[in-house]
Ligand binder design. Structure first.
Ligand code: NAD
Length: 386
């Protein structure tokens, strides 16, 4: 597993959770909040690149708020900083890129918790039903990284369809066997491409596909797009998921992870995919059945699978998605979870977190689109039809 995890732990041991006040005088009772932030370690990269705001090291944007913060990357097990300090935290800041999993059990211990803020988009690492039950609000910075992800989706489709990764590997090996690559390389033009989920990211993917002259653009979502939006990209809605996947050459997943989408792409659904289809998932790893995907790729039923999200993060070293291949030795476009944490995206979600905290402390209303769970109820329809 566990080299990434071991590094994180080692770092956490070397530099234990940091607790600090800014030197601003906390003169208002309401400001004396205990804030716990679980972020990822940046190590040397964070020292060299101050715009890596999502890291434990470059946390000044948090401190400047004038509150007491505990910032750590240590998140697994009862001795982690996350589990030790959640009992006293009023506010929890987490990021999907290094998710602190706030389970229903941990909610029982988090008696002082009032607000969870996701630095990014996607709050499935928080047990949202438990948040409703305990009247803990959950907010994310909606829209902050949706272009970053949509661009990554387009790139992933192209690298699968055009057989890019094996082609690059040929070059690195010092070889030049064009036919080995070209035998499995195609154009995106003329293909049927569909998105499961046509929200902020899914729709932006459709928009970016328009100039590629695909045969057809499809979407599957329980919320219909407005007519003008559908017309603008000439997309067709398919209401039955099996029918939808059976028509697509390329499927991209852009819906949140919730009870209705966990394991949605399983062996049964994969059997309805076109033989040789490509699948791109930058939404959440657990939407796809890990072993069913690996099996479909190995048999050639899927020609390729790409994405940046994993069912557990950091992904274990022996995770089958790291090395799985199609029968021709390609078809794997997996990377660590980073599509939504480009430097451009980090600036946007850091600013978004700051304004959520300011609103909270100043008793101002939050931006409605950022509220996933309000006081005791879901405020969004994106996390399941309720
Ligand atoms: P959004 O809320 O704008 O859109 C989500 C859409 O999914 C909605 O239209 C909703 O109706 C639809 N949906 C929900 N359940 C569905 C289901 N069962 N079947 C079909 N459609 C369903 O969210 P968004 O900003 O587009 O983000 C979508 C997801 O992408 C996030 O929840 C997150 O998990 C993921 N994401 C990943 C990264 C990354 O870095 N890889 C970054 C941002 C977001």
């Amino acid at each position: 597993m566990f080299s990434i995890l071991r590094n994180a732990r080692t770092f956490a041991q070397r530099t234990p959770a940091r607790s600090f006040h800014s030197n601003r005088i906390l003169n208002q009772e309401k400001m004396k909040a205990s804030i716990l932030a679980i972020l990822y370690n940046g190590f040397k990269a964070a020292e060299e690149e101050p715009r890596l705001l999502g890291t434990v090291e470059n946390r000044e944007w948090l401190i400047s708020q004038g509150h007491e913060f505990i910032v750590s990357s240590s998140k697994e097990g009862p001795d982690s900083d996350f589990q030790k300090h959640i009992t006293d935290a009023e506010i929890l800041i987490t990021t999907p890129f290094h998710p602190g999993y706030l389970t229903a059990d941990l909610f029982e211990k988090a008696k002082k918790l009032k607000l969870c803020v996701t630095a990014g988009v996607g709050s499935d690492h928080i047990d949202l039903n438990a948040a409703v039950k305990h009247k803990v609000q959950v907010l994310e910075v909606s829209g902050s990284n949706v272009v970053s992800v949509a661009e990554h989706v387009i790139m992933s489709m192209l690298l699968l369809v055009r057989n890019f990764v094996p082609a690059h590997e040929v070059i690195e090996r010092g070889d030049w066997q064009v036919s080995d690559i070209a035998r499995n390389a195609f154009d995106l033009e003329g293909k049927v491409v569909g998105t499961i989920g046509a929200g902020r990211i899914g729709y932006r993917v459709l928009q970016r596909l328009v100039p590629f002259d695909c045969k057809e653009l499809l979407y599957y979502d329980y919320a219909a797009l407005p007519q003008a939006a559908t017309d603008a990209v000439k997309a067709r809605r398919v209401e039955d998921l099996k029918e939808f996947v059976s028509q697509c050459d390329v499927v991209t997943i852009n819906c949140p992870l919730h009870e209705g989408t966990k394991g949605l792409v399983n062996e049964e659904l994969l059997s309805h995919f076109k033989k040789g289809a490509w699948l791109v998932n930058t939404a959440r790893g657990a939407i796809c059945d890990k072993d069913a995907v690996a099996k479909a790729l190995k048999s050639g039923h899927l020609s390729g699978y790409a994405g940046d999200v994993w069912n557990v993060q950091p992904a274990p070293k022996d995770h089958v998605w790291r090395t799985m291949k199609n029968p021709l030795g390609g078809g794997n476009g997996m990377v660590p979870h980073y599509s939504g944490t480009t430097l451009d995206a980090q600036a946007r979600y850091a600013n978004g977190v700051k304004s959520i905290l300011e609103n909270y402390f100043d008793n101002k209303p939050q931006e409605p689109q950022n509220i996933i769970v309000g006081l005791g109820k879901y405020e969004t329809k994106a996390y399941g039809q309720r």
